[in-house]
Design a protein around this ligand. Sequence first.
Ligand SMILES: [Zn+2]
Ligand SMILES: [Zn+2]
Length: 301
Amino acid sequence: MCLTCVLPLMVSGPAPVFPTTAPEPGWLKEKSGGSITWTGCAGFILDVDGERICFDPYASNPGLRDTLFRPARPDHALVERTFGEVSGIFVGHTHFDHAMDVAPLAKANPGCVVHGSTTTTEICRRQGVPDEQLHPVEDGSRVTIGPFTVEAIASRHGTVPIASRIDVIELRGEGMPKTVFRWPRGQVFAYRVEVGGLSLHLQTSAGIEDAPLARQEPVDVLIACLAARQGTEGYFRRLGEQLRPKVIIPCHHDNFFRPLSEPPRPVARLDWPGFLDDVAQLADAYGTRLVQLPRGVPVAF
Ligand SMILES: [Zn+2]
Ligand SMILES: [Zn+2]
């Protein structure tokens, strides 16, 4: 860590993991005129010119016991209250903490389309989402919704100790998984969003697929999953070399078994100091600035 990074820490102490206030208005030089909301885990809402799209919408947070032993029972009222009206839903992969609230949100927004892997679209179809609302994506596919253009980027999942060995990959049989924990992973995607001259890269799981990432141009904002990144060698170095972000926003760093009504707590093995070291290296190399979004608060961008 260089001296210019250390000095502010000596004066103010390290940044809290979960701030409750929005970053200073100048956190992004060029502005889209819209807002960005981190909703917890890997969930985000982008709202520009009244058009709203979201990524990995997840609010139901069933808790560890229900995750292990019960089928998914989304909290429909909470999902609708958290995400409201959306015209597009983009899903990184089909694990419950990214996808279990997608179908109820899609059904509450009959005009919106769900974009994700064939596993994601199939699990939504099994919950009664009509085909016209389901759009499977492939690596490199692009879709335009109002002011947003969104590109799907094939990616990989982070390595979760033990869980990775018993992970369900594809949807089996006819019905729904018997427990929340058995929701399949399916193919994993990152997404690039272009809006009003700004670019954002959402790395919603902490694995990397080299060739699709190598296709990417530098971005203004890198939104990066922190959970289970330890198994991906050089995770931030490789993202940084390719994307050269002006700003990095952490996500998937809160414990997603706790309800949204309680203050966020760190996910297991977060290693926040290690993350700050990685950010300091990005700052040295590319001038990247760390920006933390308070959960559930729309922030101008
Ligand atoms: Zn996952
Ligand atoms: Zn996850």
